[in-house]
Design a protein around this ligand. Structure first.
Ligand SMILES: [Zn+2]
Ligand SMILES: [Zn+2]
Length: 122
């Protein structure tokens, strides 16, 4: 059974995400997707709806919010736990939005941020 979320949508295609009630259930679905469709998915716990969803494994970039740094809109910047996670996120954003980002180490916390490079071309 595949329940569709009414609160959470894919950032890629805006389709409702599948919703699972436990990690075990979500992991089972991930294994199934892998064997059927060769999709590498990993369960994650959604803070928004409290259920579990699946996300492509290579999109999982553990991050928290920095308590000091803010972006140009005044929001707390994402703080990535590893440089690799930040680079991975930068790659995804470049692919999906065409925005070039560079990774730099947070001067205050133990983690990494992304920032826009100066636009060189139009
Ligand atoms: Zn959710
Ligand atoms: Zn910071």
């Amino acid at each position: 059974m595949n329940l569709k979320s009414t609160t959470c949508f894919s950032t890629r295609n805006n389709k409702p995400l599948s919703e699972y009630h436990s990690q075990v259930e979500a992991e089972g679905a991930a294994v199934f997707a892998n064997s059927q469709y060769k999709l590498k998915l990993a369960p994650y716990h959604c803070e928004r709806c409290g259920a579990w969803h699946l996300a492509p494994r290579n999109r999982q970039t553990p991050s928290t919010s920095c308590n000091i740094c803010t972006d140009s809109t005044g929001h707390a910047k994402e703080l990535y736990q590893t440089q690799k996670a930040a680079q991975q996120r930068a790659k995804i954003i470049r692919k999906e939005k065409g925005v070039q980002l560079v990774v730099y180490q947070c001067p205050y916390n133990n983690g990494w941020h992304l920032t826009k490079t100066a636009a060189r071309r139009k």
